[in-house]
Design a protein around this ligand. Structure first.
Ligand code: BJ8
Length: 426
């Protein structure tokens, strides 16, 4: 099929066309090398291949169409932003976190070099004019999680107005009250930009849509418990990444169909690897699209990733918002409760995260855990100590790695990962 020319739309959005062409060329090649080279992929992944190929085309066209109808697009950087409220007013929530190095030179003009790659990436995407999602957003929402993000939003605000939600640092009753206030204020902000009120009816629907998406992702996760796993870690990661920007209803339907296929595979003992392949749980900093480096190295070194303890994975799908609320107040409380359960390393203390990692390692029969933090990410690199200790107590082998989005350390990482897998195999 002939590719549609989206350049007029990109121009209208103010993208840097030359840089954007380069980005698409690099991404296209990486996708082919990393994804399309995999063997025995489920047929259902064709939908994801299509979504990736149209990530800057058809999907942006859809967003522009919905905007024409008066609906709003809200860009976010963190799983703390309650998608339910955006869906309630007919809006679309898109993830703006970025996992590519391109644009980093621009980012380093305004950010210190020793800033985490994720922050540099979203800043670089904006400054270099490479991200149609941020251009299409009517509202960009930041949050006070780590110091790097918090301060970066002040700078981003010079280029694109950024609304910031205050996230508590602890989980006491006082913190819950603060968070409740933030959720209510955000609800008012969403109503203001949408020019529509949030009602029990539309919020109930918003909650259901977001929960249904999480249910589909939970089902996918459960199916990865099969030995051998019916889907690669790379493909499962891609599904979790695409969850942040695809149309939620269509996405949910497609992932349920993919799960039907995986269920058949699991029943018939069909997997993407052999039975005795080492099973790895990845844990740590989120892997925003197109950050596929570590799982690619792991899976081309003779292991399979069976779960991700990360915001692009279990942390954002584990909990649902209770659906039995009758009044608007009940529903807001249910949203507040659900989001307070997120165990980001920005919280202190954060013991529940260690418990979650141990539980996941057990449930998924992981032979080892690879804890990954993006270089210069203080919360996750600091918490790695506690994670390692907690896993050691249970006799679970752990490898701690730190990396950025560049490929310079790929060889060294591969050597370390291979040595770890050797040890895990025993
Ligand atoms: S809830 S993990 S999505 S903040 S990698 S920018 S923490 S220095 S991304 Fe996150 Fe929300 Fe937490 Fe999840 Fe800072 Fe670390 Fe960079 Fe990070």
């Amino acid at each position: 099929m002939e590719q549609k020319d989206y350049r007029p739309m990109w121009k209208e959005l103010g993208l840097n066309l030359e840089g954007h062409d380069q980005l698409l060329a690099v991404l296209g090649k990486a996708y082919k090398d990393i994804y399309l080279s995999q063997e025995n992929r489920p047929k259902g992944m064709q939908y994801l291949d299509f979504v990736i190929s149209e990530a800057h085309g058809l999907r942006i066209e859809e967003l522009m169409e919905t905007k024409k109808k008066g609906n709003k697009v809200v860009g976010t950087f963190c799983v703390y932003v309650p998608e339910e409220l955006i869906l309630a007013v007919g809006g679309t929530c898109v993830g703006l976190c970025a996992g590519a190095e391109i644009g980093i030179d621009e980012a380093e003009k305004v950010l210190p070099r020793n800033t985490c790659a994720l922050i540099k990436s979203f800043m670089g995407f904006k400054l270099a004019g490479l991200c149609p999602y941020i251009q299409a957003s009517d509202l960009v929402v930041g949050e006070t999680t780590c110091d790097g993000k918090k301060k970066a939003y002040e700078i981003l605000n010079d280029y694109k107005e950024t609304y910031v939600m205050e996230i508590p640092q602890m989980k006491t009753e006082r913190d819950r009250a603060l968070w409740r206030g933030e959720v209510v204020q955000f609800k008012e902000k969403v109503e203001e930009i949408a020019g529509r009120r949030i009602t029990p009816e539309n919020l109930r629907q918003g909650i259901k849509t977001a929960n249904d998406k999480r249910r589909a992702l939970q089902r996918l996760s459960t199916l990865r418990k099969a030995i051998p796993s019916p889907i690669s870690g790379l493909d499962a990661l891609l599904v979790n990444q695409i969850a942040f920007y695809d149309d939620p209803l269509r996405f949910t339907k497609s992932i349920q169909a993919l799960c039907d296929e995986l269920e058949d595979r699991a029943k018939n003992g069909v997997g993407v690897v052999k039975n005795r392949t080492p099973r790895i749980l990845m844990s740590g900093s989120p892997m925003a699209v197109p950050n596929w480096k570590i799982p690619f190295i792991v899976e081309t070194s003779g292991a399979i990733v069976v779960a991700e303890e990360s915001c692009v994975g279990e942390r954002s799908t584990r909990d649902l918002v209770k659906e039995d609320g009758k009044t608007l107040d009940d529903m807001i409380e249910a949203i507040v409760d659900r989001y307070m359960k997120i165990d980001c390393a920005c919280f202190t203390p954060n013991e529940e995260r260690i418990g979650h990692i141990r539980d996941l390692a057990k449930e998924f029969k992981a032979d080892g855990v690879i804890h990954y933090n993006i270089q210069f990410c203080t919360p996750y690199s600091m918490e790695a100590y506690k994670v390692e200790k907690g896993l050691q107590q249970k006799g679970i082998p752990t490898l701690k790695i730190e990396s950025d989005y560049g490929m310079e350390d790929a060889g060294q990482l591969k050597t370390r990962i291979e040595a770890f897998l050797e040890m895990v195999r025993g």
